[in-house]
Design a protein around this ligand. Sequence first.
Ligand code: GTP
Ligand code: SAM
Ligand code: SF4
Ligand code: SF4
Length: 318
Amino acid sequence: MLVDPFNRVIDYIRVSVTSRCNFRCLYCMPNTPFEWEPKENVLSYEEMFEFLRLAIDEGIKKIRLTGGEPLVRKDLDKFVKMLHDYKPELDLALTTNGYYLKKYAKKLRDAGLKRVNISLDSLKKDVAKKIAQRDCLDNVLEGIDEAIKVGFRVKLNTVVMRGINDNEILDLLEFAKNKGVQIRFIEFMENERAYPGIKRVDSKEVLEKIGSRYSFKELPKKNEASKNFVLDDGSVFGIIEPHNEEFCKSCNRIRLTAEGYLIPCLFFTESYNIKEAIREGNIQKAAEILRDVVKNKPEKNDWQEEKISDRAFWETGG
Ligand SMILES: Nc1nc2c(ncn2[C@@H]2O[C@H](COP(=O)(O)OP(=O)(O)OP(=O)(O)O)[C@@H](O)[C@H]2O)c(=O)[nH]1
Ligand SMILES: C[S@@+](CC[C@H](N)C(=O)[O-])C[C@H]1O[C@@H](n2cnc3c(N)ncnc32)[C@H](O)[C@@H]1O
Ligand code: SF4
Ligand code: SF4
């Protein structure tokens, strides 16, 4: 079992399979990075699997594939199958912008993927285009429908931005209710790579807005990033509030990037690379690095101190 110095059990790893993306979201990657990592620095699926097998044996129970946009990397379904075949009871999930989901949902489902979280920031074509800097809404909506149709457990993620999509909170909630899926409203996490004008909306304000139309009750907190609420009709929605000082108390996760960096916390730049150990076949060294990462997890992020992270979300996988 992996336990950090604050007694948090680490059983969740987020794996960024590629830093590349077909969107340029204002809050994440408004400009194309100066240069991408050369291909030889990117771990193959076999190399990632070698490491993840070790992580699973050490106590990891949940793996989320993310990016960049994970669906721009070829053959993701083959990677899913490798993980699923190794441990079918894994909570195996994907976070995607949804653009290519219509094309790949069935294949991924057949390969053993269980859950899909899809980013949806606006229901207005022009606003969605302004945020992603790509005409995307039709494809994303089709992707959501396909994911539901093939039987995934689906959640939606919305980053709420002042003056951009904060007038759509109730419409987005209504949309999710009608589809029978859970939506989570996320506080924008300030980072150096985001478009400079982006301003967050605190979850308190999101809850007030929802409270103006619905009554809801808070559900008991689980070991997950979101705090969840239930409406009178039984629909569940969530908020993700990294600026709240309680947020990191339930942290149970670490991150692996496509280039083999293990990252103790989304806010901080600190990282440890497992690529060399894996390429040398030195599993013992990889295991030591994994334990070091867990040992060096910070207690909490610095968004709570109103600081700005210089970590790129598209590399860490968010
Ligand atoms: N600050 C912070 N944000 C996180 C963390 N984990 C997830 N998030 C953010 O929460 C949002 C939703 O993340 P998802 O990729 O859907 O993953 P998840 O919330 O773990 O999903 P579930 O497994 O369905 O609970 C994204 O904006 C992530 O960047 C975390 O450890 N710290
Ligand atoms: C980095 S993306 C990668 C997966 C996929 N491309 C997507 O957009 O869902 C993972 C998550 O991070 C979120 N995210 C990215 N930048 C963020 C920021 N600055 N603040 C809050 N959430 C952010 C996205 O909304 C998404 O839910
Ligand atoms: S949030 Fe996701 S879709 Fe948007 S630019 Fe970042 S990686 Fe791409
Ligand atoms: S900000 Fe860092 S410590 Fe807090 S929940 Fe996220 S990864 Fe964990």
